[in-house]
Every structure is written in C-alpha cells, then in structure tokens.
Design a protein. Structure first.
Length: 200
C-alpha cells in the first residue's frame, strides 16, 4: 500500500510516547489499557496544538461525531501505521475509545481539511476511507503522567504533561497539559472510554 505525504498537520514521524511503566497516584495504578488511551489522546492533543499556533492554552475538546471519527482515524494511523480504513474499523475504534459508534454519513457533508479522515483516493488505498492528517516529522512526542485521581468507583482523571523533542537530539520541552476523564468499560479493548478531553 502506497503512503501519501499528508499536510493537514505541519508535523511528520510518529513515535510512541513513553509513559512510565509504573505510575502511582493516590493509590491508583495505571494499567496497560489506561496507558494506551493516554498515549493516543495526548499524542492527538499535541498534534492539535502543533497544527494551530492559535489554539487557546485552555480549551475543552469537542467529542462530537466528527471529532470521534477524526480521532479514531488518528489513533489507527498513530498506533498501527494504518492509513486506509473500512467503516467497520473506524466505528469500532470510535466505540473502543469513546463508548459511542461514530456515524459515517457526516463525511459526506464535511468540508475538505476539517477532519482527519476522508473518502479514500484509490491511488493510495484500497479501503473506502483514508487518513488525511499529517505526520510528526522529526518531532518526537512524549508525555509524562503528572497525576491520576480516582473520581469514583469507575471513573478517573489523568493529568498528562505533553512534551516534544527532536529526533536524534537530547532533551524535550513541555507544551502544555492534557486532562482526561476516563471511565472503565469492559466492552472497550482498552478497558476504558474517554469522557472528556481538555488542553491546558
């Protein structure tokens, strides 16, 4: 499958973010599923900030249908280097991440460049939909877990410090925080679903 150089985001080479293996806060231990969700969502919020220098330092991200579809496509591209999708794959990723199945019909009404998923160009992929965002280039994204709080029996708030560095160079800089509210969900492959996302 050929890979198209994408341009929506101004960055290129995804690398896995490094979250500490054992993170404890107020008696809360992060398991693999929680780490995976934090990895995906903090990479996404880093991409949002890098793609638009005018993004407010404090904003709550919408988790409407279009956003869920975009994040589902981003997740598959970021985690699996997959850029061609079926409707079933996107709906499943949306359900796993957010507990809600995204509707595909919104893609027909979406303005070009407004979402990270679009109808596929058959020159590049065989599937009906494709990732149409960008890459991180030589920017290395990572995050550090600052705090994990249990809100109730099944809900958590996780504060992540978003970091970026340059591939092949030492050091990184913090470019804000991501605050996630997660809820346990046995039907999700991650074991958790995202209920809210904030950039600070």
């Amino acid at each position: 499958m050929k890979k198209k150089i994408m341009t929506l985001l101004s960055v290129a080479l995804f690398t896995l973010m490094m979250i500490p293996a054992n993170v404890m806060a107020k008696g809360v231990s992060m398991d693999r599923g929680m780490k995976e969700v934090c990895d995906i969502m903090s990479a996404y919020t880093t991409a949002v900030r890098l793609s638009d220098q005018n993004v407010s330092r404090q904003m709550d991200l919408s988790l409407d249908n279009d956003s869920r579809l975009s994040i589902a496509a981003f997740s598959r591209f970021y985690r699996q280097d997959d850029f061609g999708f079926t409707a079933k794959e996107l709906k499943k990723e949306s359900k796993d991440l957010f507990g809600k199945t995204a509707r595909m019909n919104s893609l027909k009404k979406a303005q070009a460049g407004k979402m990270l998923v679009c109808t596929a160009d058959k020159k590049y992929v065989d599937e009906p939909y494709m990732y149409c965002g960008g890459e991180f280039g030589d920017t290395v994204v990572s995050c550090k877990v600052a705090k994990v709080d249990r809100l109730n029996k099944n809900s958590y708030q996780v504060v992540l410090r978003n970091r970026i560095g340059v591939y092949g160079e030492k050091g990184n800089q913090t470019i804000g925080q991501t605050i996630l509210r997660l809820k346990k969900n046995k039907t999700s492959k991650y074991g958790y679903t995202v209920k809210s996302v904030a950039i600070r």
